[in-house]
Design a protein around this ligand. Structure first.
Ligand code: UFG
Length: 327
């Protein structure tokens, strides 16, 4: 069976659904701090899924799970992922994302589970020195969230050499969209991400959407990001797992569309998809936002045979349907 940590969360639940649809037995381990029990209930409709509520920071919780189930591989999502919060409370990030992951890895090794797919991020690169960003771009994170993910990448490399733990590290760019038909989607409280925030200004009349800065050195002055669909991302996790099984080798891949969209472009697309005029104002820049980030994902294409299929319009369309459901 495949253990998915953080499987009650946004990307974790879409990946769990992908594995369930492909006939795998899934075990989800989640402390439900940011994940939702309703998501687990929804996933249960799609296949054989077990759920254990537990926390990575408590090694006994992990020991119980690894003793109770026969786990073949781990897909590790469980982490805190808010850049701003990580600057205010780095201890929370290092304790959960790094120390919690060490507990997981040590329990894996103890139980002879030697394959892991790890959720990393383009935030490990920091301020880009060039774009598109490939996997060889220097990694100099500019916030504790990015540092915590980079630390785990390094730990995974050392654990491979010393203990033969094989890992695929996936560095996501900006994730968007959902599978609203299945009943899962992006459900963060508070919500900080661009697309759901624009859409909340459609469903909530009192909410004016704020563009954080229009004086960047980009064609329309707003930041450019690479928005990859969450279902495409889920497919990549399945391919990464297959790669580990086939090659028994560690590796790292960027996951992005190789295409950048500005905040204003996304905003216009949201108005088009929703058919609504969305209230907007220009606000101050948000600290720590690089002007331009987009991926070179050629390595994932050639080695994993991964091709992102969904467009930004697909992502916004599904996100809008989901947002209306959440409301
Ligand atoms: N933005 C707005 N208004 C909002 C929200 C966002 O203008 O209400 C802008 C941001 O300033 C940024 C862009 O939209 O320019 C995208 O912002 P998001 O918060 O959606 O995403 P980020 O690029 O900040 O963050 C994402 C992931 C992080 C990851 C980071 C790596 O959410 O987990 O990419 O750069 F660390």
């Amino acid at each position: 069976m495949i253990l998915i940590t953080g499987g009650a969360g946004y990307i974790g639940s879409h990946t769990a659904l992908k594995f369930l649809n492909d006939g795998f037995d899934i075990l989800i381990f989640d402390n439900l701090e940011n994940g939702h029990i309703e998501t687990i209930d929804t996933l249960k409709k799609f296949g054989n899924i077990s759920f254990e509520k537990g926390d990575l920071r408590n090694i006994d919780n992990l020991e119980n799970v690894f003793s109770k189930y026969k786990i073949e591989a781990v897909i590790h999502f469980a982490a805190f992922a808010l850049v701003g919060e990580s600057v205010e409370d780095p201890a929370k990030y290092y304790r959960n994302n790094v120390f919690g992951t060490l507990n997981l890895l040590d329990t894996m090794i103890k139980h002879n589970v030697k394959k892991i797919v790890f959720s990393s991020t383009c935030a490990t690169y920091g301020e880009p020195q060039y774009t598109p960003i490939d996997e060889l771009h220097p990694q100099n994170p500019i916030n504790p969230y990015g540092s915590s993910k980079l630390m785990v990448e390094r730990i995974l490399e050392d654990y491979d050499v010393a203990y033969g733990l094989k890992s695929v590290k996936l560095r996501y760019f900006n994730v968007a969209g959902c599978n609203e038909k299945a009943g899962i989607g992006e459900w963060h409280e508070p919500e900080t991400h661009l697309i759901p925030n624009i859409l909340k200004s459609v469903t909530d009349k009192n909410k004016i959407f704020k563009i954080f800065g229009d004086d960047y050195n980009t064609p329309d002055g707003t930041c450019i990001r690479d928005y990859v669909n969450v279902e495409d991302l889920a497919d990549a996790h399945k391919l990464a797992y297959e790669y580990l099984k086939r090659e028994n080798m560690s590796n790292v891949f960027n996951l992005g569309t190789e295409h950048g969209d500005s905040v204003k472009t996304i905003f216009t697309e949201c108005e088009k998809v929703t058919g609504r005029k969305i209230p907007v104002q220009i606000a101050e820049r948000r600290p720590g936002d690089p002007a331009i980030l987009y991926a070179n994902a050629n390595k994932a294409k050639t080695i994993l045979n991964w091709t992102p299929k969904r467009t930004i319009t697909d992502s916004i369309t599904s996100a809008y349907k989901w947002e209306k459901k959440l409301k």
